[in-house]
Structure formats: structure tokens, C-alpha cells
Design a protein around this ligand. Sequence first.
Ligand code: PMP
Length: 316
Amino acid sequence: MSDIKENVLNAIGNTPLVKLNKINVKNIEIYVKLEYYSPGMSIKDRIALGMIEDAERKGLIEPGDTIIGKTSGNTGIGLAIACAVKGYRFVAVMSAGNSAERQKILRALGAEVVLVPQQPGEEPGRISRKDNDAVEKKTQELTEKLNAYRPNQYINSMNWKVHQHTTGQEIIRQTSGRLDAFVAYIGTGGTFVGIARALKSFNNDIKCYPVEPGVAAFLAGKKVITTQHLIQGGGHAVKPPFWDESIVDGYIQVSEDEAIKTARALAKNEGILTGFSGGANVAAAAKLDDSLRPGSIVVTVLPDTGLKYLSTVLYE
Ligand code: PMP
């Protein structure tokens, strides 16, 4: 019995990298990292575990303590899994506008879910700045009230370090270092910053492009959600505190429509069922077709599974 994982946390990461064969590009090859292979079906399992273990190492928490997270779902699911295995109580605070699946998965994994109502008249799935602020306020309130530990992914350096040490290294190993560009949709920015740092320190010629639906607002540092788009998990148009312009070779803008069309094409043509942001990432990668030399390899991540969006318009 040499191939047994001690517990499910050991099954996080080491996800497959798959070549796309039917995507409409002439010059380039696109490889996608299927992060939905992780136990919580998203890329966020990696950082959830990383943040918990970092807090344990620093002596900030011990089993039995209460962990709290403000999350659009995926980080919460990762935290819920880590807490279930390690014996912590977990409270997830999220907007009621997030998909029903996310709430149900969290509860199934033993989390206590606190839903913050959306602003009056707002459409489910479109989380506004005000909604976001309301969730933040509630999380701060509860953190104090419950004397909970909050592994805040927006400022926690483990958010990008975990990607530098795991996801980035996996990409280098899986491609034998033969990649030309990397793109990633940004929410907290941890995925992009961590992987781009790993790639740039391996080979500074690898081009790295963040993907953002409202690039202009992002660059202007406006604290607004420009388009209240459906691409869950990001597009807040807020520069993360650990943002690093020196690893950015340019920004790629992708619309909600492009993200949806591409996600649907991935499912129908390649058998790959991902979410909105996975669609956004592949749409962004395809936009490099004209600017890279023939034979270039572009890598991106598919942050989560389409199964998390069955109640949304994505696969209607
Ligand atoms: N896509 C999805 C589905 C996500 O949940 C997240 C994380 N919020 C992202 C993309 C963006 O990743 P990051 O926070 O590392 O920028």
C-alpha cells in the first residue's frame, strides 16, 4: 500500500495540465491546469491549507479554535475541508448573491454559513461593491464576537507564496520549462502573483498577463466594481496589497460574454467543465494568438468546476 494519502489534504495540488485541441487559434498551443481536480474542486484549496498550516506553525491557532472567512465560496470550501480534517470550527461569511451550490457545499462540509443580503433590487450573481463592503463589515463584527482567527487571503502572503512554491513549480515541471506565456484572472491576485514569480525567476522571458474585466479601472486603482459581471471570484478592480507591476507584461481584458462563450466551448468541444473564470482565462490565452511567434505555448489555470455554476446562466 504505497499509494495511499494519509488524509484528503494530501490530495490537494499536483493537478493535470491538459492541452487544448479544438480551440480556435493558429499560432499557439494552450495548456490548461485543471484545478477542479482538487478535493474542494478549486484552486483555492491550496491557499486555504497553506494559510491554516502557516497559522499553526506560528502558534496562532490550535484544533478546537474558530476560523472565520469572508469568501465568494471557493476559499471557504478549501477552509471548510482543512477545518473538517484538522478539527476547527469554521464560519463562512458570504453574500447571498453567490451561487446556491457554494452555500450548500459549505454546509455539507460542516461550515456555518452566514449570508449577507444583497442590496435591494440587485440581481443574484452580480455582487456589487456595496455587497462586498457589507460582507466585509459582517466578517469583522463576527471575528471579534466569536474571538475567531481570520486567515485573510486579501493580505495573507501565503496566498501568493503557496502558488509560487506549488502551482508555479508544477507548471515548470509539467512543461519541462518550455512555456512562453502565462495568463490568469485576478481576484485577490494570489494565483497570478505567485505563479508569475515562480515563472519569472525560472526564466524571465516568460510573459505573464493578468486577466481583468475592467482593466482601466484596475490600473486607475478605482475601488469600484466597474462591470457587475458574472465572473465570480474576481474582477473587483482593486489592486492587491502584494501586487507587483514588475512581473506584469501587459493586461488582458475579457468580457463576461467572452468568458461564458469560451467556457461553453471548452465543455462541448474538449470535455472540460469549468467555471466563468476558467472561460475568461482561456479566452485571454487565445487573445495572444496574434502577438506570439508560431509554436508558442501559453499556460493558464481553470480555477474551478462548472458544477459550481449549475444554477447560473453558464450552462443553461
Ligand atoms: N476564479 C475563481 C472561480 C475564484 O474563486 C478565484 C478566487 N477568488 C479566482 C478565479 C481568482 O484567483 P485569485 O484570488 O488567486 O486572484
